[in-house]
Write a protein that binds this ligand. Sequence first.
Ligand code: MLT
Length: 254
Amino acid sequence: MNLSPVQLSYEEHGSGTPLVLLHGFPLNRSIWKPLIPLLSDTARLILPDLRGHGQSPAPEGTYTMREMAEDVYQLLNRLGLDRVVLGGHSMGGYVALAFAQAYPKRLAGLALIASHPAADTLEKRQSRLVQARQVRSRGQAKLASQMPAALTPNPVVAAQVSDMILANPKQGIVGALLGMAEREDTTRALASIQVPALVVAGSEDRIVSPETAAEFIGFFPRGWMVEAPGAGHLPMMETPEIVAAALRDLIRRA
Ligand code: MLT
């Protein structure tokens, strides 16, 4: 496998169990900000920007989930971290699942937040390829104006999301779209993840509903779900207390 990892930009806060949190598409590490005061007495929070997002490098090309997981692996090595609790939001969850498959011994616990293990449907894959072409030729202004309302009913959070989308380099957005379109279904592989696995689903999430989460949770040997009432696709920003309590519980079990 030809992997070319990049050096991720990251920030860290607090002390305790290492907890690495990966943001979703096409956002950046600032989505985790509301959790920092709620978790920094328990966890050493490590918050990277994935490649192509925030302040991390944005090479040209397709960002496979495996390649993005390799970037995270290199970051853990750089920090001298052996085992961590790894959480991923949406696309960050796809990356966390790729990490769990490649480096199971480096995992003490796993959290999927508004995420799932399924591959794209044919229709979804095609719409990503169209979107990638549009972003490459015309930039991401349309995505920044349309996507936030689909992610959250909260207008303050939606405005923050729009700013994050506009601030990302367009080759980063394109690379992530192409990589997500290529990803494979990992539902069956959940059975080999032996660590405690938390799934958080927003009750109002139109992308990954609690019903969708309930369909795959049983594949984890040690999985459980927490529903965040009133949250959409961004429960760490919309209902941070619920997400922080669920992550504390995961850390306790890990
Ligand atoms: C995300 O929030 O990362 C995206 O909704 C993931 C996706 O488009 O599948």
